[in-house]
Design a protein around this ligand. Structure first.
Ligand SMILES: NC(=O)c1ccc[n+]([C@@H]2O[C@H](COP(=O)([O-])OP(=O)(O)OC[C@H]3O[C@@H](n4cnc5c(N)ncnc54)[C@H](O)[C@@H]3O)[C@@H](O)[C@H]2O)c1
Length: 331
């Protein structure tokens, strides 16, 4: 497969998130944005003209056939990732796909196999891994500051995005896919889950409580809900280890490390004026890391296997809520 520098890239899906991807590609000196595509052609045209010129298309098949590219971003709605990702892989292109990787774990497995067979890389945009709070927590854990993690607890609360409100299990697929991924990112593989959902209907819960068992032996939980009308998004993470406790009070602003010694704490905050306070900077940072990895011939930061694992865990949680039992994950 021929590769050029800078990487020749395209974006499929020019909505809110596709626009962020296009902007991030345009900011990179390792990539150039050549083409953009949306079934709503006006959106593609607008994005194509919004910086260095990129050719606009209304069909991804035509864009892939007409434009010599090395990689594409797929930022179509959740249930519409499969076809453009498969088409790009078949064309021999690397792909950066928005989360969740696919509509089901079986579809995700198909994409993992296709990318392996095609010898291309397929990344998944779990951008929260690149947000200040979680980057800092990962650094502290990797440096052994908290010892071995024994327990982890997430509390998440957000409004319901209108775009996904009617989608079954959107709380899990749209929002909590990030936090399930973060549990794996920070604490390793999850081997079983137990879940309880609360109304308004079984397929559209607005509150979820999920317990996870890690391969390391540690235990964890996520308690989360959609809450329209609340003042702001809340994300609070607490990781307790054998030597200390790491608390992410707020994804963008503050991480605290409590040492084993009582009353001995360190607080970490990004430089407010350096721009570290904007959450969607994490998408820009992830796009840059994806491009840098491809350019250096390295594995991309978040792989298709991570995307597949996330969807298997979501389906395991749905099964657990249905059966009332813990669901074990096969290796
Ligand atoms: N990483 C994050 O933090 C984050 C945040 C929000 C959304 N997302 C994900 O990003 C994806 C897009 O979300 P969004 O909010 O930008 O949605 P959006 O509705 O704003 O944009 C999606 C665009 O895709 C276009 N589209 C649909 N089918 C297409 C096709 N076959 N070919 C080309 N274009 C097509 C639509 O016309 C629309 O413009 C979703 O998977 C969503 O879950 C990720």
């Amino acid at each position: 497969m021929k590769r050029t520098t800078p990487l020749r890239m395209g974006v499929i899906g020019c909505g809110a998130i596709g626009t962020l991807h296009a902007n991030a590609i345009r900011q990179s000196n390792l990539a150039t944005l050549l083409a953009v595509c949306d079934t709503d052609f006006a959106k593609a045209e607008t994005l194509g003209m919004a910086g260095s010129k990129a050719q606009a298309f209304s069909s991804f098949e035509k864009m892939l056939a007409d434009t010599p590219l090395d990689a594409v971003t797929v930022a179509t709605p959740d249930r519409l990732h499969l076809q453009p990702v498969l088409a790009a892989i078949r064309q021999g292109l690397h792909v950066f796909c928005e989360k969740p990787l696919a509509g089901t774990a079986a579809e995700a497995a198909r994409l993992v196999r296709a990318a392996r067979t095609g010898g291309v890389q397929l990344g998944v945009d779990y951008n929260r891994r690149f947000a200040f709070g979680y980057q800092k927590a990962k650094q502290l854990l990797d440096a052994g500051c908290a010892g071995s993690v024994c327990q982890v607890a997430f509390h998440v609360c957000d409004g319901v995005p209108a775009k996904v409100a009617s989608q079954p299990h959107a709380l899990l697929t749209s929002l909590l896919s990030h936090h399930i991924d973060l549990l794996r990112f920070l604490c390793g593989e999850i081997i079983s889950v137990q879940a309880l959902f609360h109304g308004p209907s079984r397929n559209r819960p607005h509150d979820v409580s999920l317990i996870a068992q890690f391969a390391s032996g540690a235990v964890g939980s996520i308690t989360a809900g959609w809450r329209n009308g609340q003042a702001r998004t809340v994300e609070h993470l607490r990781l307790a280890g054998t030597q200390g406790v790491v608390i992410v009070d707020d994804v963008q602003h503050a991480v605290t490390l409590w040492h084993a010694t009582p009353d001995d704490a360190q607080r970490f905050q990004p430089d407010y004026f350096a721009g570290g306070n904007r959450f969607y900077d994490s998408v820009t940072a992830h796009v840059a890391a994806f491009i840098a990895a491809l350019s250096a011939g390295k594995t991309v930061p978040v792989t298709a296997e991570d995307g597949w694992a996330g969807l298997r865990l979501i389906e395991a949680a749905i099964e657990s809520n249905r059966t009332g039992r813990r669901t074990k994950l096969s290796p």
